[in-house]
Structures are given as structure tokens and as C-alpha cells.
Design a protein around this ligand. Structure first.
Ligand SMILES: NC(=O)c1ccc[n+]([C@@H]2O[C@H](COP(=O)([O-])OP(=O)(O)OC[C@H]3O[C@@H](n4cnc5c(N)ncnc54)[C@H](OP(=O)(O)O)[C@@H]3O)[C@@H](O)[C@H]2O)c1
Length: 330
């Protein structure tokens, strides 16, 4: 089979043996994979416990071609999406120490075939195309956990989705709009902000404008919840836009650790800083059900041919995308 393999000095298509199944496992022939920033961090060596060579890719949709156990044969021929959690564990709020994400150290979805445990499979929702389904797993789960479990966003909430051009953030945006919250968005790209207004945003902020957050606080617009993954020194400006008792929910730190945090503003205003990761298997199922109930169609940025996978990573590294970047594997 073909696999896009990351080695110390190369990142290209190689021939690999088809994975051998063990009890409980199934073989999925991948049709589309989707990128997450995790893949890019690993590619550039900025991720914990990197093991090379690696076949990256946590998201995929494909057809079950083979099963190990006969009782799983009903899966054969079904188009499925894959829950990328491995060993979340029993605590619904926090992952276990044995937790892993599909795609490094286990073989990921940037390959013709991937083997996963049968309990990772969810039938592809019929209202979605294969491409749209491939976009959902990791980013949808992360957005769901941050928005609903941590942010407790409802129709009564005014929420800011920061960096809405990102793969996770566009889900947070779509989910928040579907929940009838009052949704504001920030981005570096005017076109993305315009599109979000058409899709139901109430207001926009271009975070490249150095006065954007000051102007907002002067205008007396403030948020119950901010969902962010950029971090960096912008965090204090974001915190200044929260209502007293508001929540800053963050699931990443793309721009690094803030050089200083305004602790006085945080305690005086009873602000809550809530870290978040992907989510439990129960959250995964709830997230897919939420997508079906609200007929969520992920925003797809661009789909690359398998041989151009490295270009897909370059697009993400340059931050050029609006939504999910896909790779057509089959
Ligand atoms: N903890 C977890 O389980 C988990 C899960 C998923 C992702 N993450 C992390 O979350 C981050 C985003 O992941 P992703 O897959 O969504 O990445 P992505 O698709 O590459 O999106 C990155 C987005 O970050 C935004 N951004 C950059 N600088 C910003 C700033 N100063 N303020 C606000 N937004 C800014 C950009 O938004 P615009 O294009 O709109 O400017 C960009 O599109 C990464 O650091 C990733 O590692 C963590």
C-alpha cells in the first residue's frame, strides 16, 4: 500500500505492507484524510514524544474492507469515520496517562489502509459527503469539548471564536451558531470574517489590527466565553474583553506562552481560565449526533492529491486556510 511517511530527512510517499489485524481490529481503506495542526507540529519536530518514522493523520473516512473477528463482519463494506482517541480512559473530563491520538506513534490515516479497533468506528452520517465526514473527527471533538463542556455555551451566551479560519475554530463557530448563541469571530483574514457574517456571526474582529481589542472594550461589547488556541501575548487583550465571571477556554498555544498574565484582572473579575483537549469517546458520539441533528457541514478549505500531501502541510504552516485541509487518499 501507499503511505506518506515522515522520516528525519524526508516526507514522501513510500510503499508499505498492509497492516496485519489482531483480535478486535478492522482494516479501513481510506478515501479522504484531513490534516490537523498536530500533524504539522510533528512534521517540524515541535510535539512531545515524536517517534520516527511515522505515518501521520488522525482523521479519515473510508470503507471497512476486512475484520479479524467474525462477529464484526457486519462492518464490511460500510463507509465509516474513525474516532481518533486511543485509550481515553474512564474519566469523562480528563484523558488517561495511556492516552494516544491516532497517527504517531500508531500508523495514521495518510495511507491506503489503516487498522483500528472496531470500537473506533462510527458510520458515516448519510447527509455528509465523504470529504465533509473526513474533516470532522479530531477538530469536531476538540471544538465540542471546548464550547459545550468547558464553555457551557447556550443560546444565552455571547461567545468569541478566536482565529475562526482554523480547522477547530470553524467547528466551534458552526456549533455555536447552531446553538443560537450570539457568536463573534476573530481572524487575520477579512474574507473569512465576511463569510462568517453571512453564516450567522453577529460581529467580527481582525486581530491583526493592533487597536481591535481596545476598540471593542470601548464599545462595551464583552463576552461570556472566549474560545482560543492562539495564546501568546494576545491573551491579556482577550481577557480584557470578557465579562466579569467570563470564561477563557483554550485548547492550544499556537503563538506560545504569554510573557505575562494580568493576574489582578483575572482575580478581580472572577475570570475562569479553562484548558481543554479533544474529549471522551462519549463526547465523540455526542458530537457526531450534534452534527447530524443540526446538519452541520464543515467548512472545507482545499483537497489535495495524495502525492501533494506535503503541499497540504505547507498550506497549513503558512496559515492560508479557511477550514479543514483534506487529502484524497484513494
Ligand atoms: N488540545 C487539543 O486536543 C488540540 C486539538 C486540536 C488543536 N489543538 C491546537 O490548537 C491549535 C489550532 O489547531 P487547528 O488544527 O485548528 O490549526 P489550524 O487549522 O492550522 O488553525 C490555526 C489558526 O490559528 C489562528 N491564529 C493564528 N494566530 C492567531 C492569533 N494571534 N489570534 C487568533 N487566532 C490566530 C489562525 O486563524 P485565522 O486564519 O482566522 O487568522 C489559523 O487559521 C494548534 O496549536 C493545535 O495544536 C489542540
Amino acid at each position: 500500500m501507499k503511505a506518506f511517511v515522515l522520516r528525519e530527512h524526508s516526507f514522501e510517499v513510500e510503499e508499505m505492507p498492509i497492516p496485519e489485524l489482531n483480535s478486535g481490529e478492522v482494516l479501513v481503506k481510506i478515501r479522504f484524510a484531513a490534516l490537523n495542526h498536530r500533524d504539522q507540529w510533528i512534521r517540524v519536530g515541535q510535539y512531545a514524544k515524536i517517534q520516527l518514522p511515522a505515518v501521520l493523520g488522525s482523521d479519515g473516512v473510508g470503507v471497512v474492507e476486512k475484520v479479524y473477528n467474525e462477529e464484526d463482519s457486519t462492518w464490511i463494506g460500510k463507509t465509516v469515520l474513525i474516532n481518533p482517541n486511543i485509550n481515553w480512559g474512564n474519566n469523562p473530563h480528563v484523558q488517561d496517562k495511556a492516552y494516544q491520538i491516532l497517527g504517531m506513534p500508531t500508523q495514521g490515516t495518510l495511507a491506503t489502509y489503516v487498522k483500528v479497533n472496531r470500537d473506533r468506528l462510527v458510520e458515516k452520517p448519510s447527509y455528509l459527503t465523504d470529504e465533509e465526514s473526513a474533516a470532522i473527527p479530531l477538530a469536531g471533538l476538540t471544538a465540542f469539548n471546548a464550547l459545550f463542556n468547558k464553555g457551557a455555551v447556550t443560546a444565552e451566551t455571547r461567545v468569541l471564536i478566536s482565529g475562526v479560519g482554523g480547522g477547530v475554530a470553524q467547528f466551534a463557530f458552526l456549533f455555536a451558531v447552531a446553538s443560537r448563541a450570539e457568536v463573534w469571530v476573530s481572524s487575520s483574514k477579512e474574507k473569512v470574517l465576511e463569510t462568517c457574517m453571512k453564516l450567522g456571526a453577529k460581529g467580527t474582529i481582525n486581530y491583526k489590527n493592533p487597536d481591535a481589542f481596545k476598540e471593542l472594550t470601548k464599545s462595551s461589547v464583552s463576552f461570556d466565553v472566549i474560545i482560543d488556541s492562539a495564546g501568546g501575548d494576545q491573551v491579556n487583550a482577550l481577557l480584557s474583553c470578557l465579562k466579569p465571571g467570563g470564561k477563557y477556554v483554550f485548547y492550544g498555544a499556537t503563538n506560545g506562552i504569554p510573557s505575562g498574565l494580568n493576574l489582578r484582572a483575572i482575580f478581580w473579575n472572577h475570570l475562569q481560565l479553562l484548558g481543554s483537549t479533544m474529549g471522551s469517546d462519549q463526547d465523540f458520539n455526542s458530537m457526531v449526533a450534534f452534527c447530524e441533528r443540526h446538519q452541520i457541514h464543515p467548512i472545507i478549505d482545499k483537497c489535495f492529491d495524495f502525492n501533494d500531501t506535503a503541499l497540504a502541510f505547507d498550506r497549513m504552516a503558512a496559515g492560508q486556510q479557511f477550514g479543514k485541509i483534506l487529502v484524497k487518499v484513494e
